[in-house]
Write a protein that binds this ligand. Structure first.
Ligand code: NAD
Length: 486
């Protein structure tokens, strides 16, 4: 048997073997096979990356913004040219099907397109007359080295929320990708380098908590972008702030979809299946709870349970597969434990994800519980798997009051044709990303990804103008030009 390939860090424009002796297997979750090994890098590796990033920053910040943007345009072209290969890598290391993987590549591409608008986005503002003979101008500058820490579920899209905009604004960047999905990052580095990015501007250090702690503590790293689970996100926000850094921490979710009695049932069921079971439920915008008006609950559930039987499970590379595996054996076991808990706490199991699953890989079939209540663990906690809870309510007000009891508030959706209901929902639901008659209000490059409550810690969100604000600092110049001098 040949030894699995060992990944290297990317520091100062070169692939460098980590100083560590500790490597973790990277698995294809659809088969359980080892794809490669990822180093759990050391603080020495991080130090080398930080020094390279610090040196590169001094040069990169001086490069005119349109010239920086031109490199992002080339990067965008290369991503478009290599979209299929990028998608294939996503499927191999993450498990989602090829169509979803291509969708993820497209989202990442849009982030690069948005960042290429840096010459307009970085413009400051001015007031020609703030006092007699006095004007004020606001300029934007990069902040220095930015550290990015990303999760396994979107190995392309989530890093692309961070490094393209940070780098377009003139910062240098150190990315610590998820140790469970590190492969795609290699390809991104290759393409960005081919696009003409100078050495040291974008560095990758693979690893786990030791590297994260190093990033949080390092005095040269000025800002942290984190996306991941709630527990880790809280820790990152507290520790990063304690070390006086800017921190944006996008965390866990428990998204509610509300179905009113006037909704188009066929369309709603199709959307809910995509939102709850697509990407094996491993999406921070996944529909985890469906709250249905009692009058249509039986009809809605009958349709949902019938349709779910058509779902094809398997390796995401195979034609027609909708539902791929969850990321690791532990995630499968954890989900099976939640199913046990749901039953023990009194919910009605309508579809059991433990049945009829492939023998290899880490699969969980579509799982549906009816008669779920807010006291149950499956309602309260983020399961992050293809497990959907159904709650029956008498009306929209009760549905919103129920959803608002959740500690999470990433997204929420409403299915209805009633304009007044849509407005009421918008005004009263606790969530930052709302969908009307769609399953997943996906984060887009042009708007901030606005999680609320325990789904986000910080002030400036990822994406949109928030991203530009997060990755820049300002100078306001107030100047007096006395007329008397003319
Ligand atoms: P995770 O929190 O386990 O890992 C995220 C990152 O943190 C990884 O790079 C990991 O190496 C690092 N990490 C893990 N444990 C750590 C520790 N103890 N100390 C320091 N660093 C640590 O998350 P995950 O399982 O990779 O991803 C799934 C989670 O991400 C879900 O909770 C999901 O909701 C969330 N997520 C949120 C968003 C959002 O925009 N809000 C988007 C995608 C994913």
């Amino acid at each position: 048997m040949t030894e699995p390939r060992k990944l290297k860090n990317y520091i100062n424009g070169e692939w460098v073997a980590s100083a560590t002796t500790v490597y973790e297997d990277v698995l294809n979750p659809a088969t359980g096979e080892i794809i490669c090994q990822v180093p759990l890098s050391t603080k020495e590796d991080l130090e080398a990356a930080t020094q390279a990033a610090a040196t590169a920053f001094e040069l990169w910040k001086e490069v005119a913004v349109p010239r920086r943007a031109r490199i992002l345009f080339s990067f965008q072209q290369l991503i478009a040219k290599n979209a299929e290969e990028l998608a294939r890598l996503i499927t191999i290391e993450n498990g989602k099907n090829t169509k979803e993987a291509l969708g993820e590549v497209q989202r990442g591409l849009e982030n690069v397109e948005f960042a290429a608008g840096a010459p307009s986005l970085m413009m400051g503002d001015s007031l020609s007359s703030i006092a007699t003979d006095v004007e004020a101008v606001n300029y934007r500058y990069p902040i220095g080295i930015v550290g990015g820490i990303t999760p396994f579920n979107f190995p392309m899209m989530v890093p692309c929320w961070m490094f393209p905009m940070a780098i377009a604004c003139g910062n240098s960047f150190i990315l610590k990708p998820s140790e469970r999905t590190p492969l795609l990052t290699e390809k991104l580095v290759e393409l960005f380098t081919e696009a003409g990015l100078p050495k040291g501007v974008f560095n990758v250090v693979y690893g786990a908590h030791d590297i994260v702690n190093g990033i949080l503590e390092h005095p040269e790293i000025k800002a942290i972008s984190f996306v991941g689970s709630k527990a880790v996100g809280e820790y990152i926000y507290k520790k990063g702030s304690q070390h006086l850094k800017r921190v944006q921490s996008l965390t866990g979710a428990k998204n509610h979809s509300i179905v009113l009695k006037d909704a188009d049932l066929d369309d709603t069921v199709t959307n809910i299946i995509g939102a709850a079971f697509g990407s094996a439920g491993e999406r921070c915008m996944a529909a985890a709870v469906v709250t249905v008006e009692e009058d249509i609950a039986d009809a809605f559930i009958a349709k949902l349970v019938k349709e779910i039987k058509q779902v094809k499970m398997g390796n995401g590379l195979d034609d027609g597969v909708f539902l791929g595996p969850v990321i690791r054996k532990e995630n499968q076991t954890r989900t099976f434990d939640y199913i046990e808990k749901g039953i023990a706490e009194g919910a009605t199991l309508l579809a059991d994800g433990r049945e009829n699953i492939p023998s290899e890989g880490f699969f969980v079939g579509p799982t549906i519980f009816d008669h779920v209540t807010t006291e149950m663990t499956i309602w309260q906690e983020e399961v992050f798997a293809p497990l959907l809870s159904i709650i029956r309510v008498k009306d929209l007000k009760e549905a919103i009051a129920t959803a608002n009891k959740s500690e999470f508030a990433n997204g929420a959706c409403l299915f209805t044709n009633n304009a007044a209901a849509i407005r009421y929902f918008r005004e009263t639901i606790d969530a930052g990303m709302l969908g009307i008659n769609l399953g997943v209000p996906a984060p887009m490059a042009f708007f901030p990804f606005s999680g609320w409550k325990s789904s986000f810690y910080g002030t400036l969100h990822a994406n949109g103008k928030d991203g530009v604000d997060f990755y820049t600092r300002k100078k306001v110049v107030t100047a007096r030009y006395p007329k008397a001098s003319i």
